[in-house]
Design a binder for this molecule. Structure first.
Ligand SMILES: *Cc1c(COP(=O)(O)O)cnc(C)c1O
Length: 364
């Protein structure tokens, strides 16, 4: 077996131990004589998996009692529509525009023709930072942020204080650091970056928000529908939830969210250090105070300080040949991007840094 180091932004790396455990049980789940994929979502065998995934999330992420954890489909993108459908009460909603994904969420709120304000944006500086001075109005129906900007490689160091319910798109940094739940009222994430395969979406919602949706909201799009049925209103993505449960066990065995947060700091530190020590050969996209610990977006510069797309392509090809894949930056900003989610090892980051140092010696 020759596993690569997968720096892809999503779907992305899943811990090998998790894949091996799933493989061991794939055909005959714990002696039941069938795969978990083939089991009814109403069966006892599946029920245990479902409940374990939810209870481990609550335990590890320290989710308070007055929140529900929902397991849905439709990706994070469906949440761009479901959030306003469920939380808008005819007042106003306020968004921070910190990158492509928040722009998409803003666009989706506009589609619903509600009273929407973008209260802060870093668009003018190509989203190289989290906007400064974020101040939501107390009376907004909700306030909306994207905790980690997957494409531009920026992230919040702490969540803004708001009296309005705070909605957080945590698709690319869920489970990567402990959350102060006193600040967050709804968090959602597509699973495919830090919590499993695509096709599964996690929504963590304060129970008091469940009653806001108008009757006219379609049943399947109401959070309450899923909360009342324990995310078994209809067939959930059972195999993805099984993998989520294994990832939660893996996190627990590795010391939980606090331990993974430390490891994430260390990994990102090694990579940003290499960028900062390169005398301007490698330059990070994000301003230092806004640097993401999950996605490191950077460029290779020529002697005049211009982006050198040719060298960037050469680096990506070289890295791919050495089993370091997924390093090409997003098409919107080009350059390079290393996604170093929970499942990426320090060993993988070190291999990348070693190659970066060698490449600089040979090409500068
Ligand atoms: C990937 C991503 C999305 C989109 O997720 P889908 O599940 O593909 O809809 C939304 N927000 C952020 C921050 C992301 O990283």
């Amino acid at each position: 077996m020759n596993r690569v180091f997968n720096f892809g932004a999503g779907p992305s790396a899943i811990p090998l131990e998790v894949l091996e455990e799933a493989q061991k049980n794939l055909v005959d789940y714990k002696g039941e004589g069938l795969s978990i994929m083939e089991a009814s979502h109403r069966s006892k065998m599946y029920d245990e998996v479902h409940n374990e995934a939810i209870s481990l999330m609550k335990e590890l992420y320290k989710i308070p009692e007055d929140y529900d954890v929902l397991l849905l489909q439709g990706g994070a993108s469906l949440q761009f529509a479901m959030v306003p459908l469920n939380l808008y009460r005819g007042g106003k909603v306020q968004y921070v525009d910190s990158g492509s994904w928040s722009s998409k969420a803003i666009k989706e709120a506009k589609v619903q023709n509600l009273n929407m304000e973008v209260i802060a944006s870093s668009k003018e500086t190509t989203y190289d930072r989290i906007p400064a001075d974020i101040a939501f109005d107390d009376d907004a129906d909700y306030a909306y942020i994207t905790s980690n900007n997957t494409i531009y490689g920026t992230g919040y160091k702490s969540f803004p204080d708001t009296k309005a319910p705070l909605v957080v798109d945590a698709s690319s940094d869920i489970f990567s650091y402990p959350v102060d739940w006193s600040k967050v009222d709804l968090m959602f994430a597509g699973a495919q970056k830090n919590a499993g395969p695509s096709g599964l979406t996690i929504v963590i919602i304060k129970k008091e928000l469940l009653d806001r949706a108008e009757d006219s909201v379609p049943t399947i799009l109401k959070y309450k529908t899923h909360a009342e049925k324990d995310s078994l209103y209809h067939t959930p993505p059972t195999f993805g939830i099984y993998l989520l449960s294994l990832i939660m066990k893996w996190l627990k065995e590795n010391g939980g969210i606090e331990a993974i947060a430390e490891k994430n700091e260390e990994k990102a530190g090694v990579l940003y250090d290499a960028i900062d020590k390169s005398n301007g050969f490698y330059v990070g996209h994000a301003q230092k105070e806004s640097r993401s610990l999950m996605n490191v977006s950077f460029n290779i510069k020529d002697a005049n300080g211009e982006n050198n797309a040719e060298l960037e392509a050469k680096f990506v090809a070289l890295a791919t040949g050495k089993g370091l894949i997924g390093l090409k930056g997003h098409r919107s900003i080009g350059g390079l991007r290393a996604s170093i989610y929970n499942a990426m090892s320090l060993e993988g980051v070190q291999a990348l840094v070693d190659l970066m140092e060698l490449f600089q010696k040979e090409n500068s």
